[in-house]
Design a protein around this ligand. Structure first.
Ligand SMILES: [Zn+2]
Length: 125
């Protein structure tokens, strides 16, 4: 039986999903593809500063899995920055869980449904 691949829970999908070094035409660039759940691990751990246990819980994975996703995400971002490659965020195995009252930037947990700004950090949702 093929191994069932558990889908990771993702609470935020960035609106900007393609980054490229300035001044180099896209056709001359190699591209690194960061999967959506790898981006989510970066957001939870590095942007929000959550510990690994909380990050793992939020993505509905074990701690070692969260750590593995995070290491791969760091490696890819480093590769893009160090080697001057474009970075595209796409694909992966995840379930998107739409804004359930948390700000994706500061994690403020009492954002009203349908609100356009986070009242705490004033980020546009
Ligand atoms: Zn906020």
């Amino acid at each position: 039986m093929p191994r069932y691949r558990k889908r990771r829970r993702v609470e935020h999908i960035p609106s900007c999903r393609h980054f490229k070094p300035a001044g180099i035409p896209a056709y001359d660039l190699e591209e690194v593809v960061l999967r959506v759940e790898e981006m989510e691990a970066l957001r939870l751990k590095d942007l929000l500063g959550l510990d690994q246990e909380t990050g793992a819980e939020r993505m509905n994975v074990s701690r070692p899995t969260f750590q593995r996703i995070l290491v791969e995400a760091h490696r890819k971002v480093a590769e893009a920055l160090v080697e001057g490659k474009a970075l595209r965020i796409e694909g992966g195995a995840y379930d998107f869980r739409q804004n359930h009252g948390r700000c994706p930037r500061c994690d403020y947990s009492r954002v009203q449904k349908g609100a356009f700004h986070c009242p705490k950090c004033n980020w546009e949702l």
